[in-house]
Design a protein. Sequence first.
Length: 330
Amino acid sequence: MIRFAPLHVPRERRMQTFAVLLWILLLPLCLGVFLYCLWHASMWPLVTAYLTYLYFDVAPDHGGRKIDWMRRLVVWRWFADYFPMRLHREVILDPKRNYIFGYHPHGIISMGAFANFATEANSISELLPGIDCRLMTLASNFNIPFYRDFLLSLNITSVSRKSIQRILDKGPGHSCMIVIGGAAESLNAHPGTNDLTLKKRLGFIKLAIRNGADLVPVFSFGENDIYDQVNNEQGTMVRTFQTRFQSIFGFTTPLFHGRGIFNYTMGVLPHRRPINTVIGRPIRVEQCDDPSMEQVLALQQQYIDGLQAVYNKYKDVYAKDRIRDLRIIE
């Protein structure tokens, strides 16, 4: 049965809904504008110039192109207040160190990672003074005209190994935020659960050791709760199709729904459920140019223990309605 939203809601809530809807529709809107330009011959000189610029632009692999006022737009505060979304820090981080932050869980769209680390909605620059933390995303996102420039303005960069290395080479304080579980983990994003894809994720561990960058586990309580996903347990036809699709195209297709603009039952908007993101304690990493597998696995276990510690400390505060506790399933 469809539950309709009331006709009269406070203006503040309308602004919050607008902010989230804008973010969700941004990619198709950018594609629409680009196709419109292609349709009109009078725009072709501009399109040609823009595509030439894209071909030579190296910003996605060189640390982005941050525009501070874009990160501070009031629309991002509305975005965070929609859920609401809050950011917490366990300790003050030393700005003389480099860090690789690991964000968990991925969720369907990683709303918490975007709002907390790509914008100033929750004042990340004040919470982590002296640290320039760049959120990383798939390199393919920077192939989408106009959308890619928007991402760059928010200090979002490519998650390629080359990009991460260049950021860490910039000196103290320059750091990366990686959503570790990736597309595979989004298939496990069900409300009340936190099933992580982490066991085989060793690339960020190796990069941390080779650069002497400290690892920081970040856990986002509620990230998996904002969308409902169809049953796709291992062995089902749905999961088989999703896994096969991911192996071919490199991204996945979670079948999910949230709420609509005028109803609480079905739509592309996320549910208004709180997200609390906790930045854990850093794990000190000693630099080594050629780490052994034993070193890598030992540091990975330290990281997992640190992540588990964050979860266990706050689960009864921010995950009271959980179905089961944190699991690392693959």
